[in-house]
Design a protein. Structure first.
Lengths: 259, 557
């Protein structure tokens, strides 16, 4: 079984965020990065599937040189090799562009399972995996909590709303977006990190993937980014219980107009 | 018994700070030059020598906090093309101000006292510098492993240091291994170099076990607390350097402030407080907030926004407080061995230089294939024959002069300056450890809590948030209180639980449970400054390394 896991590098969730001068995204100066949370669970799921069924785990990441660190982390945890999709043309992709790039790379490398996290912690589109599946013409399942091989296909557990789950069996190859917290992440060992240094990371650019400017052009744009504005206010009402209650009713009626 | 993997390297550095990175790089350079030469001349090559650096932080630089005025001589020597490589030096020092603050006023010194003259030095963020230097050292052929703290020193039967055991990962809060438990490995090395910064947790144990501090002054420290502010565009002059004495520190408390202008409109503002203060209610973080509220400083910060927070300790003991920093199979470098000029409050160049001399000595040891005390004494001899010795020796009595307070300290250190370090009393070797200066509360009420306005002044928790601190919650506390009964039965009455005050990260509290009281340790707030391990009056707090990757994620500090 050959599994490609997509790992997005995102700003660390405890970063001090500032908005860029154009107010279109956060400032990328002074940020540190990590593997997107649900992608890390996708990687663990892939490693566990490989341990059970054999095969290969390929760690794929899309972005500038710095994203090699997430590929290296995956290799240290046990992935077999890396794919790094890097090109100046990939700098400003929306979910469609990213999905098209990933789909092209995955197709050229070949796979049985393509795993992504449920959504990214920075943009949070939750679209990339699904669009990639559509572009590849493959079945997909989202918010996956468990994967078990069944014959030549795979049986997956999907999270629905209100605590309900659904088991679905799909043929392979297929695309699956993985929920956070479904397994226990392993640590990279010193030995694993040392071994990772000898593993291959293959670089692919737009030309190698046969992607043209029209495919990559963003179809969606962020107009403005701003911090949530405080709209709540708290008032303390003084006085005895009865008087305070009367004031409260009066305020709810006339100021807040709740009845 | 946990089964541990053993991995062999040739030289192991513990802690990826300026001392280790400089040392590892120098060693790699020496070995490469030697091997190239021997290839040409047919001499004996050293072959492949593996140099390894382990680091407890999430990434190289994550635990680096020192907004500094730096002497860049060692950087220049190691990397002559440092400019081309894009070394993140903020600016050469352009403007200096040394002042004395009264409660509301500021008296500017008409001249810059010679020890504080920073002409030709650079304002840097040690954090940025190390984040930049790490990949360069790695590319040169040094293996750096972040998220791997050193948990224990390994010795052979003759007490020769043979390596370090890295920390276990995946131990739950209850002390039991979790599903993903990963035991630490035994990293074995011919020479182990400890560059853990001030009060290194392994260095502390090593010094104790081998009695490396015998006949030395006890080490004394200061705690520095700081914030990085983003100011309106154009207001900050890179290279601006201001130091002050006086307010808000009382006369019997050592310390002073610093303000440095950085690139990108950032201002580095901080206060250093000596950890040999008298009043057990002394709170470096609160004093720093008071400092910012001084009319002159508040005006300077007006319109700005606090971005980052950090705290660290600084070894101030100087030459006489240096432990014996070499021995069978090991060297101690940088702040861990007190390579810091306490008068100028400068240690980065000395840390790097000590790393470089250790590298030279280790290189010679590799050539001789001997790693014992006698061989590694070469490191000590190199230091003693260098400017480090001269620089440290001239100020060997500096911090001791302040034991009697600021006024006397200023006079006496002035006399020391004139007399080449001896001063009027000769060498000052009768020194107490910092925590021994703490006086009892004698019934004094708890101090009023800080009233933070969240614009200019911040409470500890808000500040800690700006240090991006993170520890996995499901692990045992890495701050071991060796006897919690002392906290309640003795300390509350005698010292008023000063851990609540001296910790700059709100780690310590005393909580009421079922009518009783007990210490509560919020270890996940810890910024790894070690103030508690140093200043606890009973010396019952033992700071050990948490799970790898835990701690602050400092940026620009």
């Amino acid at each position: 079984m050959k599994i490609i896991v997509c790992l997005k590098q995102v700003p660390k969730n405890d970063s001090i965020l500032r908005i860029n001068d154009a107010a279109t995204w956060i400032q990328d100066r002074d940020l540190t990065y990590e593997i997107n949370e649900s992608d890390a669970y996708a990687l663990e799921a892939a490693l566990q599937l490989k341990e059970k069924n054999g095969g290969e785990v390929v760690a794929l990441s899309l972005g500038p040189a710095r994203v090699q660190s997430v590929i290296k982390e995956a290799l240290a945890r046990g992935a077999d090799r890396g794919l790094h999709l890097e090109d100046a043309a990939f700098d400003n992709l929306d979910a469609f562009g990213a999905a098209a790039t990933i789909a092209a790379a995955a197709k050229s490398d070949g796979f049985d399972l393509l795993l992504t996290g449920l959504q990214s912690d920075d943009h949070g589109y939750a679209q990339t995996g699904v669009i990639a599946a559509e572009l590849l013409g493959l079945p997909h399942a989202t918010i996956v909590m468990d994967l078990q091989t069944e014959g030549s296909g795979i049986k997956v557990k999907r999270e629905l709303e209100a605590g309900f789950f659904q088991w679905v069996t799909l043929p392979l190859p297929g695309v699956f977006t993985i929920q956070s917290g479904i397994n226990t992440l392993r640590y990279a060992t010193l030995k694993g990190i040392m071994a990772a240094k000898k593993k291959e990371i293959k670089k692919l650019d737009a030309a190698a993937l046969g992607l043209d400017a029209a495919t990559l052009a963003p179809k969606q744009q962020i107009k403005r980014v701003y911090f949530p504005q405080k709209s709540k206010q708290t008032q303390m009402i003084e006085g005895t219980g009865a008087a305070a209650a009367a004031t409260l009713v009066e305020k709810l009626k006339n100021e807040a107009r709740v009845f | 018994m946990i089964e541990r993997e053993s991995l062999e390297v040739d030289v192991l550095f513990v802690g990826a700070g300026p001392a280790s990175l400089a040392g590892a790089l120098k060693l790699r350079q020496l070995i490469n030059a030697h091997n190239e030469q021997s290839e040409k001349t047919g001499g004996k090559s050293l072959g492949e020598i593996s140099i390894c650096v382990i680091e407890k932080g999430r990434e190289v630089g994550a635990h680096m906090c020192s907004g500094a005025v730096m002497d860049i001589r060692v950087l220049k020597e190691l990397l002559p093309n440092y400019e081309e490589l894009g070394a993140p030096l903020e600016s050469e020092v352009t403007e200096e101000d040394v002042s004395y603050l009264t409660e509301t006023g500021k008296i500017k010194s008409p001249i810059i006292p010679p020890p504080l003259n920073n002409h030709g030095k650079y304002v840097v963020s040690l954090n940025k510098l190390i984040r930049w230097l790490g990949p360069i050292v790695e590319a040169a052929g040094v293996d750096i492993y972040p998220e791997f703290p050193g948990a224990a020193v390994l010795y052979d039967d003759n007490n020769q240091v043979i390596g370090v055991q890295t920390g276990d990962k995946g131990i739950g809060k209850d002390g039991e291994p979790r599903d993903n438990f990963e035991p630490g490995a035994n990293l074995l090395a011919k020479v182990t170099v400890f560059g853990e910064g001030p009060r290194g947790s392994l260095t502390k144990k090593l010094v104790e076990k081998l009695k490396l501090d015998q006949g030395r002054n006890p080490q004394v420290y200061s705690t520095g607390v700081k914030e990085i502010w983003e100011m309106p565009k154009g207001r900050v002059k890179p290279g601006f350097v201001m130091h002050s004495l006086g307010y808000p520190l009382p006369n019997d408390t050592y310390g002073g402030s610093f303000i440095y202008g950085m690139q990108n409109d950032l201002l580095d503002v901080g206060l250093v407080v000596g950890l040999d203060y008298r009043n057990p209610h002394t709170d470096p973080h609160k004093l720093f907030q008071q400092f910012k509220s001084h009319p002159h400083i508040a005006k300077m910060l007006e319109g700005g926004k606090m971005l980052y927070y950090g705290a660290k300790t600084v070894p101030m003991g100087g030459y006489f407080a240096q432990p014996k920093y070499y021995g069978d199979g090991f060297c101690i470098i940088g702040d861990s061995a007190s390579f810091l000029n306490s008068q100028k409050l400068k240690g980065i160049h000395l840390a790097m230089q000590s790393g470089v001399y250790a590298a030279q000595a280790i290189f010679e040891a590799l050539l001789a294939d001997k790693y014992d005390d006698a061989q590694l004494k070469r490191y000590y001899d190199l230091v003693e024959g260098s400017y480090i010795k001269k620089e440290l020796y001239e100020v060997r009595n500096f911090h001791q002069a302040f034991e009697k307070g600021r006024i006397w300290g200023l006079i006496e250190s002035g006399l020391q300056y004139i007399t080449g370090g001896a001063g009027v009393r000769g060498d000052l070797r009768d020194v107490k450890a910092g925590h021994e200066h703490m006086q009892k509360i004698n019934g004094a009420p708890d101090p009023a809590p800080l009233q933070a306005d969240k614009k200019l002044t911040f409470d500890k928790l808000t500040d800690v948030y700006h240090a991006s601190v993170e520890h996995s919650e499901d692990q045992p506390s890495h701050l071991k209180i060796l006897d919690p009964n002392i906290c309640i039965e003795r300390c509350t009455k005698e010292y008023g639980n000063p851990c609540q005050h001296f910790c700059p990260a709100a780690v310590y509290e005393v909580e009421e449970v079922n009518g009783g009281r007990r210490p509560k340790v919020n270890f996940s707030n810890c910024v790894h400054c070690k103030t508690c391990d140093i200043m606890d009056p009973y010396q019952i707090i033992d700071w050990v390394t948490p799970e790898g990757g835990g701690g602050p994620n400092y940026i620009n500090t």
